[in-house]
Write a protein that binds this ligand. Structure first.
Ligand SMILES: [Fe+2]
Length: 356
């Protein structure tokens, strides 16, 4: 399979990864042949790219490190939790702990974690999918930092609940396409405090998790909110979640912006090391996220186009590429695979949204 921009989809193409809707329902299943009406619907719900299968790429398989059922469970639980809080009910903390525990089981079952798959999120589904992704990404960092299971659980709970306070912010402000007024921006900045008020009512939620909710928008140089703390004054869990939060936000489509590619988001995090983020933690993070995930279409400096088929953890910037250089009708000829780790003169010059 490979990843393609929706604008290049054609009727008859085969979907390689199931697409879920706002309530977690299956919109289109793996293996379905796309029709024009489906393509229009995908564009309408704000999906910008997805995975498709062709005869030549069917053997390129991308496994999500989190099994579909566990990701789905976590998304549903965070959706229910936000609904409950909205209605003034308490958080079912045990359900949250279980969902985080299942994600952790998946991650700890992998010896070398390399995140390759970008989640396909509908714009409407953003908050829930984002909460789960921030939990996964934060745990990947926590594991890289050598945390024990108990610490990882607390980190994961804080990460999955980090934006719970957004429930108190009007949706039209959260999703406003244009520039926010000062008043609107101040309202958004209230969500860490509001979230903290909610979680601290639950004695089973560790104060370490609650601190993540309160301080995930603090920045390393002191330029964040709500407390304006800086450097090591910001609790380590929050320095981790800040990186996971920004990485997932940058690589997601939102109502008001087009997403960045993983390599662009990674560049941003590196550039902001010890400015917005703890540089040491950024370094841990980038060792476990593929800048060019499997299934990405790239152009090399030789002019050849290809698809990333494998990423070596030791050389994440230099993946193995299946090259395509002849096009006959709609058939791309599979010529060869090259390992950029062994070819210093060849590099990726561009990420493409379609095989051209
Ligand atoms: Fe937030």
């Amino acid at each position: 399979m490979f990843r393609i921009n929706v604008n290049f989809l054609k009727p008859g193409m085969t979907l390689a990864k199931t697409i879920y809707g706002n309530d977690g329902q299956v919109l289109l299943s793996t293996g379905v042949n796309l029709k024009q009406t489906y393509i229009e619907k995908l564009k309408k719900i704000g999906i910008s790219s997805l995975y498709i299968d062709t005869k030549e790429t069917a053997d390129i398989v991308i496994e999500d490190i989190i099994c579909e059922q566990n990701r789905f469970e976590a998304k549903n639980i965070i959706r229910e939790t936000m609904n409950n809080v909205y209605k003034g009910r308490v958080i079912e903390t045990q359900e949250i702990f279980n969902a985080v525990g299942h994600i952790l089981d998946d991650l700890l079952g992998n010896k070398d974690i390399m995140l390759n798959l970008s989640d396909i999120k509908a714009v409407d589904d953003y908050t829930f999918a984002h909460s789960v992704n921030v939990c996964v990404l934060s745990l990947v960092i926590g594991i890289a930092m050598g945390y024990n299971r108990e610490r990882l659980e607390k980190l994961g709970v804080g990460a999955v609940l980090h934006d719970i306070g957004k429930i108190a912010i009007p949706i039209d402000i959260l999703n406003k396409p244009g520039k926010l007024t000062d008043t609107e921006y101040k309202m958004i900045q209230e969500h860490p405090r509001l979230g903290y008020e909610i979680v601290k009512k639950h004695s089973s939620i560790s104060s370490l998790s609650a601190m993540v909710v309160l301080t995930h928008h603090e920045r390393y140089d002191g330029g964040g909110y709500p407390l304006g703390k800086k450097g090591e004054e910001i609790y380590e869990f929050s320095r981790i979640v800040a990186i996971a939060d920004v990485y997932d936000a940058l690589t997601s489509d939102r109502v008001y912006k087009k997403k960045a590619m993983p390599h662009e988001a990674i560049e941003y995090l590196i550039a902001m090391g010890n400015i917005q983020f703890d540089g040491n933690i950024v370094n841990k993070f980038i060792q476990h996220v593929a800048p060019y995930p499997i299934g990405t279409i790239v152009r090399l400096n030789t002019g050849i186009q290809g698809i990333v088929v494998a990423v070596d953890k030791n050389y994440p910037n230099r993946p193995i590429i299946r090259c395509f250089w002849n096009k006959k009708g709609d058939t791309y000829l599979n010529e060869a695979e090259i390992n950029l780790a062994h070819l210093p003169a060849i590099k990726i010059s561009e990420v493409l949204e379609n095989l051209e």
